[in-house]
Every structure is written in structure tokens, then in C-alpha cells.
Design a protein around this ligand. Sequence first.
Ligand SMILES: NC(=O)c1ccc[n+]([C@@H]2O[C@H](COP(=O)([O-])OP(=O)(O)OC[C@H]3O[C@@H](n4cnc5c(N)ncnc54)[C@H](O)[C@@H]3O)[C@@H](O)[C@H]2O)c1
Length: 262
Amino acid sequence: MQRTLLVTGAAGMLGRFLLRRPPEGWALRLSDVAVPEAAPGEDWRQLDVTDPVATAAACDGVDAVLHLGGVANNLAATRDRLIPVNVGGTRNVLDAATAAGVRRVLLASSNHAVGFHRRPPGGRPLPDDVACRPDSLYGVTKAAMESLGGFYADRYGTEVVLLRIGSCFERPTSARMLATWLSPGDFCRLVGAALRAPVTGCVPVWGVSANTRRWWSTEGGDALGYHPRDDAEAFAAEVPPEPAEQVPAAETVGGSFPAGTR
Ligand SMILES: NC(=O)c1ccc[n+]([C@@H]2O[C@H](COP(=O)([O-])OP(=O)(O)OC[C@H]3O[C@@H](n4cnc5c(N)ncnc54)[C@H](O)[C@@H]3O)[C@@H](O)[C@H]2O)c1
């Protein structure tokens, strides 16, 4: 039986990646505050997640939610929207999903929710479930997103997967991304695994590819059955070397964000 997945923020980059390789066995209900350039298909609705009534209507009749919608940067121009959209919007999504009896919610969190963690000594990988240490106001909103996910899991039994996404772009474009890249294909594999796997409570998982230079654990992904296939190393020759002053940034999860003033 085909089930329905509500995707918020579906007109954005990750939403467009997902359309290339939609999760098997799922029909997609696409939504975004912005109207996408390409025809969005039949089950499309314009949805601002800061509107609780519209968010509740969008959750009606779906089996799971992938919450991608929000402010995906820390730029000055959008900073005032960070808390209303990323925190208020996530609260509305979790609330609406719970009221609609949706069991599974995947939240697009970020490495910047935990950006102040450093590379562990001795080549040990950094666990998937390190505590929040946000590195920016953007990261604070992702930490709040994770906290909301934990609350709805504990209070209402919602199965929540926190996707701690590294750098999900077409290809890596910096030395840092040789470690933190999540390829479009692996993003889709991660979503598929997070929908399929048995989940109890609120589970964090690194959203990162099988990069040679990866230092974030594979354990959380293994537990979900997420098996990434791509390696940023294939692009290493195209990536400019990191300027010397940036090198310490490669040792923190959030790259240059922890040293920023934002
Ligand atoms: N791309 C990455 O490397 C990366 C890394 C970490 C986390 N993330 C997270 O993944 C999600 C998707 O990222 P992306 O790269 O596709 O960003 P994006 O900016 O391309 O897409 C975000 C989408 O959210 C929509 N949106 C904004 N406000 C909204 C609102 N009020 N209601 C509904 N939709 C709204 C936008 O219109 C946009 O289409 C974001 O939550 C982002 O923080 C992305």
C-alpha cells in the first residue's frame, strides 16, 4: 500500500534533490511557501509553516512528514525570520503531525546545531548524538528544532529522526566539504532509510556521505540502514586548498561558523 509523505520546503534545493529519487513506496505531497519554477505536480500546496491552520490541513491524511522548510542560512538579511520560521514553524509541523496521528517526522537539522564540537583525538569518530552546541543563531534554531523533536517524541510518542545534515550540495566546493559533503543521492538514501527503519523516540543521525575524510560517526546511519555510496574525494582535485587561517576551522563541526560573530 502506498503511503503519503508531506514534504515542507519542497521547492528548495533538498526538495528538488528528493524529486530525482523519491522514496520507494511513498507518494509525495509537496509544499512550500514559494511557488516552484517547475510544475510541482498534482499533490501540491502552497504552505507557510508559520500558519498553524494551513499546516494542520497539509498534515491531514499523510503518513509521515519530511520537514525541510525554513530559513537555511545565517545571513543578516533573513536573521529576523530565523526564530519565527525555524522554531515556530517546526512547532507547528510537529503539533499538526501529532494531531493528525502521523507517527514519523523527519526534521532537517544541521551540523550547526552542534557546530562547536571539535574533532575527537586519536581518530575516533564524533558520535551522532553529541549534545547541542550551536555555533550561530541559525544553529540555535536547529537546536531548538531538535529540542522540539525530543519533546514530541517523549510526550506524544512521535517517531522523530533528526537529520544532522553536513553540506548537501551538488558537489563539494571547499576543503571542509571533502569531509562534510552529503551528496544529493545519499540525501535521498538517508530519507528513505529514515522512513523505513524502526525508530523509537527521537534519533539523531549525521547526514553525510561515505567521504574518505569523514570524521563524523557512521553508527547512527548504520542503525537506520542508511548506507551512503558517494565520496567527496572524487572531487578533491577540483576543490581549492583551504587558506592557512581556515585550517583550525576544519577541526570543528561547524567549520568557520564557531569563529563568526553571528
Ligand atoms: N543544504 C544543506 O547543506 C543543509 C545543511 C544543513 C541543514 N539544511 C536544512 O535543510 C533544509 C532544506 O535546505 P535547502 O538547502 O533545501 O534550503 P533552501 O533554502 O534551498 O530550501 C528551503 C525552502 O524552505 C522554504 N521556506 C522558507 N520559509 C518557509 C516557510 N515559512 N514555510 C514553508 N517553507 C518555507 C523556502 O521557500 C525554500 O524553498 C533547511 O531546513 C536547511 O536548514 C540544509
